[in-house]
Design a protein around this ligand. Structure first.
Ligand code: GDP
Ligand code: MG
Length: 445
């Protein structure tokens, strides 16, 4: 007796699961490496500790794929957790759902790249979103800071608030809002002053400006080289204003980007953009997967584990294919497979598991395969004798009429079913000629 399809498919998942669970010691050994990698990437120490603890707890007891080591499996788990922590695949858009002028306030330490990022985002808003933007510098501490923004504004073609000497940040903010309203500006970007270190005056100033302008977005700009200091910086700012997101600058440099993880962990806010150069178009929507890879620095291992997972699936599909091409695939098998198809979410899922099944799939599609068709086919097979099921070649014209009558169908339905069974066998032989499923995968791979 041959295994039913459900048994075989069960086998696939058993193999995916059945390589034994990760033991605590395996996880701890691997996590030692991970910890070093994170520290080298300049993730802040408390963040490293918390992350390592969380992932350790999550990893113990998880299953190891065959052909990878427990350590490699842990690296993959860490990588996935990093991506998740950094924001998964959510696209962190700016929130522009408000009555104009929508205010975006840029905060951060001096030299973090606030002014540059302000101009970069203004350019994006103008060119990508078709928004009328305006920028205003509230930096009255640094000589020439307002002038700097004006020059950048000219470069990106976005208006800046005219400079009036001697005004305080709150006065400038008020004037900027009035001007933005008058000129029907969609988005007003406020570039606030920074200090070399967090201090109370900076914070008070920021809070006052925020109270006046009720910003829709408050973006904390952080240099990706900030390193161990990142936690303190983020905590100080997050404690004073309601941050809505982070801009991570200088990702074009040597930094491995550990600050990204620190920022996420401390603020809980999405990293919205990454600055990737001094030029004004050097800004990207933040990409968690890419940065996770950069932080961990173990991309090779991650892709090895991903490949191993694919190989396991392929090997099992190949075993099933072998049975088919040896002619062992009879009507009983087909019947089980039809049943399985219903529970597996239709033909798509099966074809996805078995490359080369396109023809059989087309034959099934041609027969208008849906729930009712599946049931009808089941009835047809049910009307066959035991011998006919094992050896469908016995089905001559006379027998076909009997089967059709017995199942309440037409002879052409019986023929369709037989045709489909044949196509499946042919598809498998074709695959064998091309070097089996693995060869096929290599050709496309
Ligand atoms: P602010 O003091 O926070 O306003 O910082 P600035 O915007 O004036 O930037 C300080 C310096 O960093 C300038 O020389 C910028 O050109 C540079 N800078 C800003 N963002 C980036 C970036 O993403 N990559 C690189 N390489 N340089 C940047
Ligand atoms: Mg500045």
């Amino acid at each position: 007796m041959f295994d039913s399809l459900s048994d075989r498919l069960g086998g696939v998942f058993d193999k995916l699961r059945g390589r034994g669970a990760l033991k605590e010691q395996d996880v701890r050994d691997a996590m030692r490496e991970v910890r070093i990698a994170l520290l080298e990437a300049d993730v802040a120490l408390p963040v490293v500790r918390r992350f390592v603890d969380q992932v350790t707890e999550k990893a113990v007891g998880q299953d190891v794929l065959r052909s990878v080591t427990p350590g490699q499996q842990v690296i993959k788990i860490v990588n996935d957790a990093l991506i998740e922590t950094l924001g998964g695949d959510t696209t962190p858009e700016l929130d522009l759902n408000a009555t104009p002028p929508i205010v975006i306030m840029m905060v951060g330490l001096q030299g973090s790249g606030k002014t540059t990022s302000t101009a970069k985002i203004a350019k994006l808003l103008k060119e990508k979103h078709g928004k009328k933007a305006m920028m205003a510098s509230l930096d009255v501490n640094r000589p020439a800071a307002q002038e700097q923004l004006k020059v950048l504004g000219e470069q990106v073609g976005v208006a800046t608030l005219p400079i009036i000497a001697g005004q305080q940040p709150t006065e400038i903010a008020t004037r900027a809002l009035q001007s933005a309203k008058l000129q029907a500006v969609d988005v007003l970007l406020l570039d606030t002053a920074g200090r070399l270190h967090v201090d109370q005056q900076l914070m008070d100033e920021m809070k006052a400006v925020s109270a006046i302008s009720t910003p829709r977005e408050v973006l904390l700009v952080v240099d990706s080289l900030t390193g161990q200091d990142a936690v303190n910086v983020a905590q100080s700012f997050a404690g004073q204003v309601d941050l809505t997101g982070v801009v991570l600058t200088r990702m074009d440099g040597d930094a491995r980007g550990g600050a990204a993880l620190s920022m996420r962990a401390v603020t809980g806010k999405p990293i919205k953009f990454a600055g990737t150069g001094e030029k004004l178009d050097a800004i990207e929507v933040f990409q968690p997967a890419r940065v996770a890879n950069r932080i961990l620095g173990m991309g090779d291992i991650v892709s090895l584990v991903e490949k191993a997972a694919e190989t396991v699936k392929l090997e099992d599909a190949e075993a099933l294919a072998k049975r088919m091409e040896q002619g062992k695939f009879d009507m009983n098998d087909l019947r089980m497979q039809l049943k399985q198809m219903q529970s597996m979410g239709g033909l798509g899922a099966l074809a996805g598991m078995m490359p080369g099944m396109k023809k059989a799939k087309a034959a099934m599609a041609a027969s208008g395969m849906d729930e009712r068709v599946l049931l009808r086919m089941d009835a047809i097979i049910g009307s066959m004798t035991v011998k006919e099921r094992v050896n469908p070649a016995l089905l001559n014209a006379k027998r076909k009429i009997r089967v059709a009558k017995g199942s309440g169908t037409q002879v052409q339905d019986v023929n369709k079913l037989l045709k489909m069974h044949q196509e499946m066998g042919k598809a498998m032989k074709q695959i064998k000629k091309m070097g089996g499923l693995k060869g096929l995968a290599a050709m496309f791979g």
